[in-house]
Design a protein around this ligand. Structure first.
Ligand SMILES: CC(C)(COP(=O)(O)OP(=O)(O)OC[C@H]1O[C@@H](n2cnc3c(N)ncnc32)[C@H](O)[C@@H]1OP(=O)(O)O)[C@@H](O)C(=O)NCCC(=O)NCCS
Length: 289
């Protein structure tokens, strides 16, 4: 007789099962990996995995991460779903549905958001999710490099990670329109997988993920406890002249003049029990799970 699948909630404490979880992620998502993130000690009590086990393997899953959202000026507790999937050979048997239902029951009537790929745009509406657009923002900005650059630091270094997470925990949200607080452990996932821009420490309490290309400085994210003096800071983030800024988040707070460049293609934002603001917005790239 074949063993029956069983659902289990994995937390940061279930370290003996983290390898099974990481194996599942590696098999379902070719571009995502949780191994290094786990090795860096980043899984904490905010991240839960509702995993369907079969024969000791995780075969389907949905992982809610607790989020401190900021929506039109208000702090809102919610969740973000990630790592939703099923092993290819076991699809079509309701296993992802079981994981989704368990994860969503845990979230209750709190807001949930997620970022979907093109293959599941009709999957999430079955669970009460509605799509919402995301925008790209830019601002004309002429600047030249300063002689002394802000140092680039590597989150692979445990002491750098600890200092970064301390700032991230109390960082001021970049957007009041649509953003989040305290998502340092999501940003470290991008760094652990080599997907984040270089991380520069502008100041003791000011960390910026940014890179320059073709006269454009893209500020992917900023983790700073207090407002930053951008006209003074930009020259320390660039090694060549720039004419434009772009942003990995909604920049309305510090850059009131930023303009909408267009829609963020393939963003795939879906929301449940949450009204995404109608005015143009971009949920921070490094806060997406
Ligand atoms: C999408 C995925 C999670 C579905 O897993 P699954 O175990 O086959 O799904 P289930 O059998 O539980 O299906 C639940 C329901 O969704 C439907 N469904 C399954 N995949 C779907 C898809 N891609 N689009 C729309 N509906 C889908 C099923 O027909 C079923 O409908 P029903 O309730 O009317 O019977 C799986 O194909 C997968 O892992 N894809 C790759 C990973 C991925 O892209 N994940 C999303 C990351 S954002």
């Amino acid at each position: 007789m074949n063993p029956a699948p069983s659902l289990r909630v994995l937390t940061h404490r279930d370290t003996d099962l983290h390898a099974a979880y990481c194996d599942y992620v590696a098999q379902v998502f070719t571009q995502a990996d949780f191994r290094r993130w786990c090795e860096w000690g980043q899984w904490n009590e905010d991240y839960l995995a509702f995993s369907v086990f079969l024969d000791g393997r995780v075969v389907a899953n949905a992982s809610p991460m607790r989020m401190r959202l900021v929506i039109e000026g208000a702090d809102v507790d919610g969740w973000q779903l990630g790592a939703v999937g099923c092993l290819p050979e076991l699809r079509g048997r309701g296993l992802a549905r079981a994981a989704m239902h368990a994860a969503l029951a845990h979230c209750g009537d709190q807001p949930v958001l997620l970022f979907a790929n093109d293959s599941v745009l009709d999957f999430y509406p079955r669970f009460g999710f509605t799509p919402a657009p995301q925008s790209l923002f830019a601002l004309d900005w002429q600047a030249r490099p300063e002689p002394v650059q802000a140092p680039v630091l590597d989150l692979a270094d445990a002491s750098v990670r600890a200092a970064f997470l301390r700032t991230a925990a109390s960082a001021r949200p970049l957007s009041q329109r649509f953003g989040a607080r305290n998502y340092g452990r999501t940003a470290t996932w991008y760094a652990a997988n080599g997907y984040a821009s270089p991380l520069r420490r502008l100041d003791e309490d000011v960390w910026v993920f940014a890179q320059t290309e073709d006269l454009v400085l893209t500020i992917e994210d900023v983790f700073a406890a207090a407002p930053v003096d951008w006209p003074a800071a930009i020259g320390r983030l660039i090694d060549q002249p720039i004419r434009e800024l772009r942003f990995g988040f909604t920049p309305e707070r510090d850059w009131t003049q930023a303009r909408v460049l267009g829609e963020e293609a393939d963003a795939g934002l879906f929301a449940r029990n949450l009204v995404v603001p109608a005015s143009p917005n971009r949920f921070p790239l490094l806060a997406r799970t």
